[in-house]
Design a protein around this ligand. Structure first.
Ligand code: SAM
Length: 340
């Protein structure tokens, strides 16, 4: 395979593809899929609207030719997609793909971790926003206690995955959990990444007053457990890294609101129904499903993908105003649909 690195109009290479495999989820986190909107009447995608595994593989092969090395499977809740390990197995065979990761709420990991490991999945990020049961039950909108997620973490570690935790911090809702979360995982080999509550989508009632900025998160943890900054592992790493001075591990903070990082964004996102998005905060995507379901050959599809990336100029978070508004953007696509 010939691999050519493709740059966008701001000289950013395409390196990562995040693939949403379903828009359905077993949780209703208020910051992502608020239960009052995503109820039984919500028009979730139908089976035939979803990209098939063969279609995903075909698109990923082309993305690999454009320089993509890392794949992240996400959703919705990706473990709700039947036989996900079969997709992982196929992705793992694609020339140029060096790393396959999964973002999940972890509840189904006890059932699938072993199969996923055997299929070639490399890493798992598990979302957990609180260590206190009561806070977590409220936050996930389904009254699920922390137990099933903690079991998911254990089962991922048991089969040999390196685990990172994603914890969205929302002021007045779970900011009390920052230190307990850090304390719980300190020294365990699990890296917690605190995520600033983001203005993704249009249904989560985002307000800048709900954001706990990176500097506060670092200050709070540092007062209890002294931290020092660490260098990024690679160009385009989303989390800023901080290690515990006593050598017991590290944490990360993803600060897309208070300290945006559009300049190093190397990520494209493929929705479950085959639309390609070049920014998490996009208003619309490019319909790749129609192309792959047409008679067009790979050359034509690849050319379309290259064209989309070369024209890319998104830098939403850099352009976001202090009050959270953005010039030119109104309705944004939901995170549960585009994939986290
Ligand atoms: N269901 C999976 C999970 O729970 O990890 C994968 C999909 S979820 C959309 C992916 C990640 O996006 C999760 O870690 C979630 O916490 C994060 N996320 C969702 N909405 C967010 C928001 N408004 N601000 C920051 N992070 C958000």
């Amino acid at each position: 395979m010939t691999q050519e690195i493709i740059y966008d109009s701001l000289s950013r290479p395409l390196k990562d593809l995040r693939i949403s495999v379903t828009d359905q989820c077993n949780f209703r986190c208020s910051y992502c899929m608020p239960a009052e909107i995503f109820d039984n009447n919500f028009p979730f995608l139908k089976r035939d609207q979803l990209l098939s595994f063969d279609e995903i593989i075909r698109i990923t092969k082309m993305a690999a030719q454009m320089g993509v090395e890392k794949i992240r499977l996400t959703g919705g809740e990706p473990l709700l997609r039947k036989d996900l390990h079969l997709l992982v197995e196929q992705l793992n065979k694609i020339d140029g793909i060096k790393d396959i990761a999964l973002t999940t709420n972890g509840v189904y990991l006890p059932k699938y971790a072993k199969k996923l490991k055997e299929a070639g999945l490399n890493r798992v990020n598990i979302s957990l926003d609180a260590i206190d049961d009561e806070v977590f039950r409220k936050m996930n909108g389904r009254d699920v206690p922390t137990g099933p997620v903690l079991k998911g973490i254990e089962s991922a570690q048991a089969v040999g995955f390196k685990v990172k935790i994603n914890a969205v911090v929302k002021k007045g809702v779970n900011d009390s959990q920052v230190i307990p979360m850090a304390k719980h995982f300190k020294g365990s080999g699990v890296i917690v990444r605190f995520i600033e509550f983001m203005d993704v989508g249009s249904t989560n009632g985002w307000n800048d007053k709900h954001v706990v900025p990176k500097k506060d998160i670092i200050k709070w943890i540092s007062e209890e457990f002294p931290l020092e900054p660490s260098d990024p592992n690679y160009f385009g790493e989303v989390a800023s890294r901080y290690r515990y001075k006593d050598g017991t591990g590290e944490i990360g903070v993803i600060s897309s609101v208070s300290d945006s990082f559009c300049g190093t964004c190397t990520r494209a996102r493929l929705s479950a129904d085959g639309k390609l998005y070049t920014c998490l905060f996009s208003q619309r995507g490019h319909d790749i499903r129609s192309l792959v379901r047409s008679e067009e050959n790979d050359y034509v599809v690849l050319k379309a993908l290259v064209d989309i990336w070369e024209k890319r100029s998104d830098r939403y978070s850099d352009e976001r105003r202090a009050d959270g508004t953005h010039p030119g953007t109104k309705e944004k696509i939901e995170m549960s649909y585009i994939g986290g």
